[in-house]
Design a binder for this molecule. Structure first.
Ligand code: NI
Length: 165
């Protein structure tokens, strides 16, 4: 769990940059891509990342949400823009409305009392989890996702290195 807002914000900003970069790579045509029938599309997953930040209001933070709807009619650029903007509002709210002491406060989430510091850790891991799903769908849609925790396949090739199998 996080004990320091400063530490969380530093990590969130690093991760949010990766997420925004990933969303920048989406095209409008790619948003309908799904792995199997009835599962979430790339567009659904992009919207889910935005809505998940909005859910942090449940921890007692107050910031403007991402608007109505489920994001299915949004263009790729609007998803990337919507993500950046709600991420900034979320971080502003944490910095202005919470002190480190609030990270030990407990809020009931799905029937369990979670400390806010744990919820913030979960938010980061949850975001990375869905980013991973998105990179697979993006590959299937013919897109080149940016390198996240390491170079993308093409980057290895472009740099004259043997890509890892
Ligand atoms: Ni999720």
């Amino acid at each position: 769990m996080f004990n320091s807002i400063e530490n969380f914000v530093e990590e969130w900003e690093r991760e949010a940059k990766m997420t925004a970069g990933l969303l920048d790579t989406l095209t409008d045509e790619s948003l309908a891509r799904r792995i199997v029938e009835d599962r979430r599309t790339l567009g659904d997953l992009a919207w889910h990342l935005i809505a998940s930040i909005q859910f942090m209001n449940a921890l007692g933070l107050s910031f403007e949400g991402a608007g109505e709807g489920d994001g299915t009619n949004r263009a790729a650029f609007a998803l990337a823009q919507g993500y950046r903007s709600i991420s900034d509002r979320f971080i502003d709210a944490i910095q202005m409305q919470w002190s480190d002491a609030n990270l030990s406060d407990r809020v009931e989430i799905a029937g369990e009392a979670w400390s806010n510091g744990d919820s913030l850790r979960f938010a980061l891991m949850h975001q990375a989890h869905h980013r991973g799903q998105m990179t697979v769908l993006m590959r299937q849609a013919g897109l080149r996702p940016p390198g996240l925790y390491g170079p993308a396949y093409e980057t290895w090739v472009e740099q004259g290195m043997a890509p890892r199998a």
